[in-house]
Design a protein around this ligand. Structure first.
Ligand code: ADP
Ligand code: MG
Length: 330
């Protein structure tokens, strides 16, 4: 049976005015998030991952009237701030890379959790406290009652990120958006947080959008992957396809830069060149200047995102057949 679509992003475009010029930072992004899925969005810094997630949360003011973000049959792009406040934290939650910037240093953990509960439920004080304690325990934080009275600076980075996850999960959201939630943490803590998120996903059926620049993290937690480059989706597919049969040269570059994969070079690989600034490449494929498969056609015409012969797999590249052959030989 097909899974239900919980979020449908259609034709998302986000632009900024920079020096009186309109700069398109996200272009024609289309994707669906399915019930219970963990969807990874991966790409180098500057590829448009964060502004995509901020626009889902209704936190960007520059809204494109032709873009649609359909959630529970409503277009969130057209929702009022009042309507979005009901959605945020309650139906769609978000956690960020640096929990210290999202937690208020002046309030205790308990005060901040209780505030979130008060905003979205009608629970009495004692019930609300019990809920907070339960949620803190469910994210693996012991001595939860004592923790409620502590301030964010008294906690380690990993504990703060667990508190953030507790806060995001307290109203059992349908969707959790995690923007680089483990990037600031060391490797051991990172893998603990990832397994916590996997547990929450399978226990509550929460659909997760997991944003990261690290394909290694994607392999640990996601079942579907969107690869973004310079504001566009360049490849999308099941995690197995992205790792075993990638067809976009950029995806292959990301895979080659991973330590310890079957695509590994002798030295640790880095994709040559820098990510294109939005609007800097006027014609052709955005990845062309960095691409080892580039042809004259790529420099002249922008490729479309098209289905391949693999199920649920799409790629934006004219040379994907040639890319595919090379990568299976590696
Ligand atoms: P990522 O999260 O993938 O690192 P972002 O979504 O933060 O990337 O940014 C994507 C692009 O949008 C970047 O090139 C950035 O320069 C541009 N951008 C983001 N926010 C703004 C802004 N407020 N004004 C102008 N450009 C912006
Ligand atoms: Mg970002």
């Amino acid at each position: 049976m097909d899974k239900a679509v919980v979020l449908n992003v259609k034709n998302l475009n986000i632009s900024f005015q920079v020096n009186q010029k309109k700069v398109n930072a996200v272009r024609d992004v289309n994707f669906q998030l399915y019930k219970g899925d963990v969807l990874g969005i991966v790409g180098e810094s500057g590829s448009g991952k964060s502004i995509t997630s901020l626009s889902i949360m209704g936190l960007l003011s520059n809204k494109d009237k032709d873009s649609e973000i359909i959630f529970r049959s409503k277009n969130l792009i057209k929702a009022t701030e009042k309507e979005m406040r009901k959605v945020r934290g309650n139906q769609i939650s978000m956690i960020f890379q640096e929990p210290m910037t999202s937690l208020n240093p002046l309030f205790t953990v308990g005060q901040q959790l209780l505030e979130a509960v008060k905003l979205h439920t009608h629970l009495k004080k004692r019930e609300a406290i019990n809920l907070c304690v339960n949620v803190l325990e469910s994210v693996g934080l012991g001595r939860a009652e004592a923790l409620m009275k502590e301030y964010p600076h008294q906690l380690s980075g990993g504990m703060r990120q667990r508190v953030m996850i507790a806060m995001a999960m307290i109203c059992k959201p349908e969707i959790l958006i995690a923007d680089e939630p483990t990037t600031a943490l060391d490797v051991t803590i990172q893998s603990q947080i990832l397994s916590l998120m996997r547990e929450l996903n399978s226990a509550n059926g929460t659909s997760i959008i997991f944003i990261t620049h690290d394909l290694g993290v994607v392999a640990e937690i996601c079942n579907r992957v969107i690869v973004m480059y310079a504001g566009q989706i360049v490849e999308e597919g099941p995690v197995r396809t992205i790792f075993r049969e990638p067809q976009h040269p950029y995806t292959i570059g990301l895979l080659k830069s991973l330590p310890d994969t079957r695509h590994r070079d002798e030295r640790l690989y880095a994709i040559p060149g820098m990510i294109a600034k939005p609007g800097s490449i006027k014609a052709g494929c955005q990845f062309a200047p960095r691409c080892e498969f580039v042809t004259d056609k790529c420099r002249a015409i922008a490729p479309q995102l098209l289905p391949t012969d693999i199920a649920n797999h799409q790629v934006r590249c004219f040379e994907s057949n040639r890319v595919k052959e090379v990568i299976t030989v590696v």
